[in-house]
Design a binder for this molecule. Sequence first.
Ligand code: BG6
Length: 483
Amino acid sequence: MALRVIPVDPFDLVIFGATGDLARRKILPGLYRRFLAGQMTPESRIIGAARAELTDAAFAQSVQDAIEEFVPAAQRDAASVAAFLALLAYVPIDAKGEGGWAALKGRVRSGVVRAFYFSVAPALFGDLAERLHLHGIADGQSRIVVEKPFGRDLATARALNTALARHFAEEQIYRIDHYLGKETVQNLMAVRFANILFEPLWKAEYIDHVQITVAETVDVEGRGAYYDKSGAMRDMVQNHMMQLLCLIAMEPPYHFDPDAVRDEKLKVIRALDPVKPEDIVRGQYLGANGSGSYVEHSEDPASRTESYVALKCHISNWRWKGTPFYLRTGKKLRARSSEIAITFKEPPHSIFDDDRGWRENVLVIRLQPNEGMNLMVMIKEPGPGGMRLMQVPLDMSFADAVGAEAVDIPDAYERLIMDVIRGNQTLFMRGDEVEAAWAWADPIIQGWEGRGDKPQAYDAGSSGPDDAMMLMHRDGRRWRDIR
Ligand code: BG6
């Protein structure tokens, strides 16, 4: 199955923070892959901007190094890398002063889409927005892209929204949550709304509970200073996991249209009940099997930051009243495994004498690795000897279904940057959505900070703290294995 690539209009993309980690790992290698695929055409330009005094050639060299490091050798070739590097320029810039802005103005063209990627600390968002405006570099058609963390609570998120809104309309602001760019996450919407099969059952009447797991094996990867002030709740739950929950729980939007989708997500967040303290477990990993403990990455040896969260939440609306959603995420766990599992209720009446083999139907949507879907169904155990039941998977692996071209599927950042150029905000968070998510998360965080709660220890390489197992256990349920 050949993947269809539709080229986007020519653009000028200015990346503030172009020498930073995200630009090196994701944004620039991702743009190269889109160039190679023919989606970004040679009429486009990428202008790096950062504090460092670099020449165009030195910047191009650093981008070449990044491509060599982060794009597999089989997916690049010298000629296309050289052609891509020819589209780059660099401007040293002072976000808080006047240096470099006139030069930047001289670099951007009119008559093409102009986008500005703020891959910098959120404290600089307001300064950049203001200077782009003051120097006449951005106009009413320009787009700005901002990264998480979008605030650390409701008050700071509101302040950021206000600072951006001074110079840009909501239609110009693209708040990235890279989970929305993941292929399987978008697939959630296709599965729900392009099939008649699931939607009639998609409600509390038929669904016992939902589990959302984002398990990581990595630690804080050199970002200890940021992470220690953030923790798993701010780093993963308020944004990525909340988005997954919204896509599962939202009502069908009337159209696959940015505001129609975002309106429905917002309604879910607003319908979330406050989480009770007994329904949340925080954990922090201890060193095990040769790997260090969380506090070894922290500047504070007494850090109470959580590297793991598990919680149970309820959505108070007609569709979901009574169906709990269990969320868990953590670092240094047994395996890298992210999935959504929807467990259905039992049939109203069993007609079989021997139904010992009976298990619930479960729809598992695997986000990573090995993206795909698995529907657990009951069949007759083969062979003679009476009617006994057994559970089998109807298994769909994305790579098998799509074939070798699966390697060409754009990664989350690639997809999202192309959407910015196309002017499609469907997979970006709207300001009110981010604020509503903080309004839900704030009391949870304030609760444990106020009580001075310590996270429960768990071993690196395990499935998380024991209390997280109990969270399910006391409801007569269990987490799926992390493997
Ligand atoms: C980031 C978090 O937003 O998402 C990281 O800041 C986390 O802590 C990462 O590791 C996970 O993303 P992915 O795409 O690897 O699941």
